[in-house]
Design a protein around this ligand. Sequence first.
Ligand SMILES: C[S@@+](CC[C@H](N)C(=O)[O-])C[C@H]1O[C@@H](n2cnc3c(N)ncnc32)[C@H](O)[C@@H]1O
Length: 446
Amino acid sequence: MHQNLQMNSFSQLDLFGGPQFPPDREKATTQRQERRSGTFTDNMRLPIHRWFRYSAGFSAEWVEQAIKDFPSARPPVVLDPFAGSGTTLLAAEKAGAVVYGYESHPFVSRIAAAKLLWHLDEQRVLHAAMSLLGRAKASKPRVPEQLPDLLAKCFTPATIERLLALRDCYIEIRQETDEWRLVWLAITAILRSCSHVGTAQWQYVLPNKRKAAFLDPFHAFEAKISEMISDMDFAKRIGFHQTATMFSHDAREPAPIAEHSIDLVLTSPPYPNNYDYADATRLEMTFWGEIASWGDLQLTIRRFIIRSCSQHTAAERLHLEDLLEDVTLAPIQAELTEVCNQLATIRMTKGGKKTYHTMVAAYFVDMAKILMQLRVACKPGARLCFVVGDSAPYGIYVPADLWLGRLAVATGFDSFSFEKVRDRNVKWKNRKHRVPLHEGRLWIKG
Ligand SMILES: C[S@@+](CC[C@H](N)C(=O)[O-])C[C@H]1O[C@@H](n2cnc3c(N)ncnc32)[C@H](O)[C@@H]1O
């Protein structure tokens, strides 16, 4: 049975409210502000942010407050090198700050770029969307015999028929205009709410989990377009500024922006905790025919993103010794080598023999490269905030915030401090270890 779902309900990685700036500039915030800026779920209630759900890492309201709190007369120039679906960019546009974002996951960067089109003419978007819907409704159902397994598992025959009608009509009539980029986003954004299986939670699809209610594609599309139109109108009325530039760019590579131009970096990088960002949009990319199977993720996405999951390092067949020799790791080399060697030993006693040993080493090699690029992009005296968490693969503790802080100082930043936001031990609980973990804000200055 189809019925209207609360499309915004969404549990997420979480909780980044609390004090806004590093201790030297901490401001008292009211209880109400704390509550309102506290969780990622907040983003799914916010205009534009709610267009596509993704693991944001922090709330837009926190970003906006951090920009407002920046100690200068003018709004700071902001950078998010892991821009994802664009939380920092949209929050900065609301705050009137010039902002740049990099995202190297090609599909996710397209989503963020589409969200930044809030300034388009609503009537033109509506016209494109309604002409598509009319055509899809009138089209003859055509479900291919060879439907990808994932789509067959995720959608009932009636649902996939309508979704494919939207997709195929889109492919037939779309034009290379910005309006049609928003129509693409609307189709992409409704897929999970139209599925009768467990697709709702970040990040994996659970075909055996049934949902009590799911949406009809034509209704969902219409509702999504109407939400988008109303948010576009809202953004214009409250005075969003067109100040964001989004680059489909790998943050490890030389920056596409001017040297020494950034005042403030606000970002949430992948943690070294085995989350597979490539898998996050597998359903959507399969639907659009961009990948045929899980195996395609390595070539289409993982090679562009930092190595923070063992699937990635297993596919690259990395050698630990080569990674540990990287000179950029010098400030943490001894401790990192010890941790990685322990992981290399432990894996031989485990059935899965996961490549956490190379994952952890490769993660810090990649992050060291990014910190070097950030040093070049940032002005002297800049401030950077990384929302990060530590991890404990196979129960071996990896102090991510501490090691990233040391790498940052080695690249030429002055100092770092860590502001814990919460304790956690969720991700690894099924690995039967009890290592206490935390998440929080790594502040870097200089
Ligand atoms: C925690 S998410 C950030 C989410 C973001 N705050 C948002 O609003 O959606 C981390 C992001 O970093 C991206 N990423 C990973 N490696 C990258 C790289 N080398 N360059 C740029 N982005 C990268 C991932 O694809 C992922 O979207």
